[in-house]
Design a protein around this ligand. Structure first.
Ligand code: CU
Length: 68
């Protein structure tokens, strides 16, 4: 199991956190998601690096793109 941390500047309230955790939780291959309002970071647990491109696409689609 590996974890990847994304900086997501658009996180502005608890609703954002809930949306991100729900939507990324549905991405195939994602083992766990934790989003933080305080740090504006999203931590994604995964077994396979290939999952991360789908995670990044999903973040864009739902309006929370990861900072470069
Ligand atoms: Cu919000």
């Amino acid at each position: 199991m590996s974890s990847k941390i994304y900086n997501v500047p658009n996180i502005s309230c608890g609703h954002c956190v809930a949306t991100i955790e729900r939507e990324l939780g549905e991405v195939a291959g994602v083992a766990g998601v934790r989003a933080s309002l305080d740090t504006k970071q999203v931590t994604v647990d995964h077994d396979d690096q290939a999952v991360l491109s789908r995670v990044e696409e999903t973040l864009k689609e739902i309006g929370y793109p990861a900072a470069a």
